[in-house]
Design a protein around this ligand. Structure first.
Ligand SMILES: Cc1ncc(COP(=O)(O)O)c(C=O)c1O
Length: 439
């Protein structure tokens, strides 16, 4: 590793970037503010490894925040993109690949009968909301605190002060009137959900079926079934946002794992194989409401872009049942190793963390008790988590730089990567001071 953080090429470039890009980056979490350090500028990726501008190598557990399930620069994906690029980068007219990708997605995800591609998950979730409002003739949307569905105004909303209250803007610039059309309910809270649905009769309940944007907080037993039942009984649509979980936790996403199906499904990340693509899918009679089949307007200059479609198809081609089973095994080994690393800390019962995992996703919560909601995730020891992440980076392991994110192990992570990661994790725990106890 380079000796000093202030004289590296990353540091030099960051100073220049700060003058040209707000906060020096093009998406906030990359700035690494929540772990109290500066961003690392990347030169290239190779399989499970990142190489920064200073030549440092890191075992990468961000993997572009999820799309790179086969790791960086996989030859099959690169070849597909190169072939597509040689035929032309964008036409603004339909191509065969889009039909092939829709067919492939519908084959894997049962709830998807038809598909509309977009360039980002934000657009796909925004369109799902518009479609749900058009289909039900209602306006209120119900979402869960700690869930992230992109940054459209109506979904960038935080909980009000009481249960089942209307939402407040989560960012300056989101109009109060727009936020008030979203009701925010604590995840895994059955009573609050019942109350909010009864009171507001929403157009849609939107949820990440396996939330990973407050760290990984799986649903309590029966909670997803309750969402489905509440949507059916109240005439709302259930929008399942599988931007992270889709194709990752199982070939058919969280819906295959849990058996709970959405009326509409939001997909992203893996579907574009590392290029900008996302999609909205669902029941045919709902999807046919989208223009030009129907009257609900939605469009995009680069939607279904041929390079992104080629990368997505190549990524899915490699993602057969065997690959999903391998990813599950890699994840389990990583999660077990991280638990073991925490246990090795100190002379007593180890460092108090909760390691949560689903195939392809891991979160190390700095908490001495299970985390079931955003409020409980926020109560974690964020200072200790930040210090641990900085120590991991100093040892060549690149974790997601926030407590409220999941690690993304990939199929390119070898046993040797996992072993080195767990050794670095143990050494990083050893650097932490005595835990302060539960906050
Ligand atoms: C569950 C979920 N939905 C939607 C989005 C937004 O996707 P994008 O960043 O492509 O706009 C994200 C992004 O991380 C996400 O995790």
């Amino acid at each position: 590793m380079s000796a000093s953080l202030t004289d590296t090429r990353s540091a030099e470039l960051y100073r220049r970037a700060l003058e040209l890009l707000p906060g020096g980056v093009n998406s906030p979490v990359r700035a690494m503010h929540s772990i109290g350090r500066e961003p690392i500028f990347i030169a290239r990726g190779e399989g499970a490894e990142l190489i920064d501008l200073d030549g440092n190598r890191f075992i990468d557990y961000v993997c572009s925040w999820g799309p790179l399930i086969h790791g960086h620069a996989h030859p099959h994906v690169l070849a597909a993109v190169a072939e597509a690029a040689a035929r032309g980068t964008s036409f603004g007219a339909p191509t065969a690949g889009e039909v092939e990708l829709a067919c492939e997605v519908a084959r894997r995800i049962e709830a998807v009968e038809m598909l509309r591609m977009t360039s980002s998950g934000t657009e796909a979730a925004m369109t799902a909301v518009r479609l749900a409002r058009a289909a039900t003739g209602r306006e209120t949307i119900l979402k869960f605190s700690g869930a992230y569905h992109g940054h459209s105004d109506g979904l960038l909303v935080q909980a009000g002060s009481g249960l089942a209250t209307q939402g407040l803007p989560a960012s300056p610039g989101v109009p109060e009137a727009v936020a008030a059309q979203t009701v925010v309910v604590p995840w895994n809270d059955r009573e609050a959900l019942d109350a909010a649905v009864g009171l507001h009769r929403p157009a849609a309940i939107i949820a990440e079926p396996l939330p990973a944007n407050m760290g990984l907080v799986p649903p309590a037993e029966g909670f997803l079934e309750l969402l489905r039942r509440q949507a059916d009984d109240s005439g709302a649509l259930l929008i399942l946002d599988e931007v992270i979980s889709g194709f990752r936790v199982a070939g058919g996403g969280a819906q295959e794992l849990t058996g709970v199906r959405g009326d509409l499904v939001v997909l992203g990340k893996i579907i574009g194989g590392g290029l900008p693509a996302a999609a909205l899918g669902g029941r045919a009679e709902l999807m046919r409401m989208l223009a030009p089949a129907g009257e609900v307007y939605q469009a995009g200059t680069l939607s279904g872009n041929p390079l992104a479609v080629a990368a997505g198809l190549a990524t899915l081609e490699l993602l057969d049942e065997g690959a999903s089973a391998r990813l599950a095994a890699i994840t389990e080994r990583l999660a077990d190793g991280l638990r073991e690393a925490a246990r090795a800390w100190g002379s007593g019962g180890g460092y108090p963390v909760e390691v949560v995992s689903m195939p392809g996703l891991v979160t190390v919560f700095f908490s001495d008790r299970p985390v079931r909601s955003f409020a409980e995730a926020q109560a974690c020891d964020l200072h200790a988590h930040a210090a641990w992440c900085r120590e991991l980076l100093a040892r060549g392991v690149y974790p997601p730089p926030s407590q409220f994110e999941a690690w993304f192990p990939s199929l390119a992570h070898t046993d040797e990567h996992l072993q080195r990661t767990c050794e670095a994790a143990a050494a990083a725990f050893a650097c932490l001071p005595e835990p302060t106890g539960s906050p």
